[in-house]
Ligand binder design. Structure first.
Ligand SMILES: [Zn+2]
Length: 296
């Protein structure tokens, strides 16, 4: 009797709510062997299940950065598709940007959020401004640059209290990652907002890849990842609740309305040129396979 029961439990060992992890990393998270996002990324296993991020960073927020509406005439008539760019972050050392397309706004937003989670990076923060020296991880440890399409974004460390002296789109990306002070500069077509977001993300990503010495780590007070997030003591009922919350429809509906507002603002700004503009704004494709390679 006891044995049979144990076996039945074994089958469900990894299941949390509706989620049955398929990847090694997913199973490790469900088992509680990996209990922080830092540890998950440190395994070097590929992050392929957004649920991993939901569980390890339950404080995660998401925001639509940009939407493009692409209209196309085909033999069978007019087709409209939406390309949506989303940023996700915990405001404390983790941020991701994702992009997805779809015939409907809602599902495209959901897909973009999932892709952003799979693109998550662990930021480096510090006190890299020579004018500051406060020693807290409030800014970038050093200057960094990122490029997407024709847009080049440069961020520089700023002293405490400066805030985010950068354009709107990169500001969302920095804020979502928990960077409070920075100077930002950009070159290229300012109209292509999506490239702005992608270039900002690229800049942050690069700053995590730079080799730093022990002396630099100490001098710039470099902190990798979260300052406050603690390990999750996972019980599966709580984890299931977290997953359920992140899948809720009302959140997406709110975002659909935000996207509609964004589209009408763009339409007003561009007049009848919107369709052409949307095409021109398409960046070089650099999306993970999870996106299923949308129509080009
Ligand atoms: Zn400082």
């Amino acid at each position: 009797m006891q044995r049979r029961e144990r076996r039945r439990d074994d089958d469900k060992t990894h299941q949390i709510g509706d989620w049955i992890p398929k990847t090694q990393l997913g199973k490790m998270v469900a088992e509680g062997m990996v209990s922080t996002m830092s540890a998950a990324l440190a395994t070097r296993l590929r992050l392929r299940e957004p649920e991993i991020v939901d569980i390890l960073l339950p404080e995660m927020a998401d925001e639509v950065l940009d939407v493009n509406m692409v209209q196309r005439m085909t033999d069978s008539g007019r087709r409209v598709r939406f390309a949506i760019t989303v940023v996700v972050g915990n405001s404390d050392g983790f941020v991701g940007v994702g992009r997805a397309r779809g015939k409907e706004v809602g599902p495209a937003i959901r897909k973009a959020i999932d892709i952003a989670k799979l693109n998550l990076i662990e930021l480096r923060r510090g006190c890299g401004s020579w004018e500051c020296g406060c020693g807290k991880p409030h800014t970038l440890p050093f200057a960094t640059e990122g490029k997407s399409g024709s847009v080049v974004v440069t961020f520089k460390p700023a002293p405490r209290g400066v805030g985010l002296a950068v354009a709107d789109i990169p500001k969302h990306v920095l804020r979502m990652g928990g960077i409070r002070d920075a100077w930002g500069f950009s070159k290229g077509h300012s109209k292509t907002t999506v490239n702005y977001g992608l270039a900002a993300f690229e800049a942050l990503k690069r700053s995590t890849e730079v080799r730093v010495t022990k002396e630099q780590l100490a001098k710039l007070k470099i902190l990798t990842g979260a300052a406050e997030v603690k390990a999750i003591a996972l019980d599966s009922a709580t984890a299931a609740k977290i997953l359920e919350r992140s899948r809720r429809d009302d959140r997406i509906k709110e975002k659909v309305r935000a996207v509609e507002r964004m589209l009408s603002r763009k339409a007003e700004a561009a007049g009848e040129e919107i369709a052409d503009d949307a095409d021109a704004a398409e960046p070089a494709e650099e999306e993970p396979a999870a996106n299923g390679g949308g129509q080009k």
